[in-house]
Design a protein around this ligand. Sequence first.
Ligand code: GTP
Ligand code: MG
Length: 209
Amino acid sequence: MALINFKFIKSASKKNEFLDSVLPQIAVVGRSNVGKSSLINLLANNKKMAKTSSTPGRTRLVNYFNVNNEFLLVDLPGYGYAAASKSEKNNWDKMLDDYFEANTNYVADDNGELVLDLEKSNLKLVLVLIDSRREPTNLDMFMCEYLSLREIPFIVAMTKSDKLSRTDLNNSKNKISKILKLNLDRIVVTSANKKIGSAELENSIRSKL
Ligand code: GTP
Ligand code: MG
């Protein structure tokens, strides 16, 4: 079934406003202005589903969308917005931390080490967005390390691929794979403007539900 029935549920500005839902969650993260809201609109095939903005740092909330009543797509606050005040930045980082903390479950394995219990975790997959034209930033690397450490499954979606030639796009993909130490099959090329990548993302999402 296609991802057709999108419904905005709510925005949360702090931890106690997070949705405690029985539905699995798929989260979207990335640098401010990377194209998170546009990617959600691409998946929804509806340009007006999530608010987009040419001014970075507009989405300071955790936004929940119900998709087909099968899962929640979660638009997380953008990180690394240079013009944000320090306290705002801290708040964002805390929001991300709080979100991951609230939606994952860990159990001790036979050696007493904590391992992610994906079954019991609301969060099933994170889409880490990276601008096709830019090298991953330290914050992108930190984000991927953060997720790896916590064993949270993630893939990278390269955004705005329409801005690059095929050759440059390939070079960029290889660079991202190298810098983030990710297999090429964990990187999906997308463009909200040209409607590229939604089927591939949908497959990745479905495989985790
Ligand atoms: P914040 O919520 O502010 O962190 O931004 P965001 O990550 O949600 O980005 P958003 O989707 O609002 O897009 C930011 C800018 O990039 C807007 O001007 C979009 O029009 C542009 N943009 C997003 N996706 C694409 C794309 O696929 N191609 C092109 N050319 N521009 C895009
Ligand atoms: Mg946004």
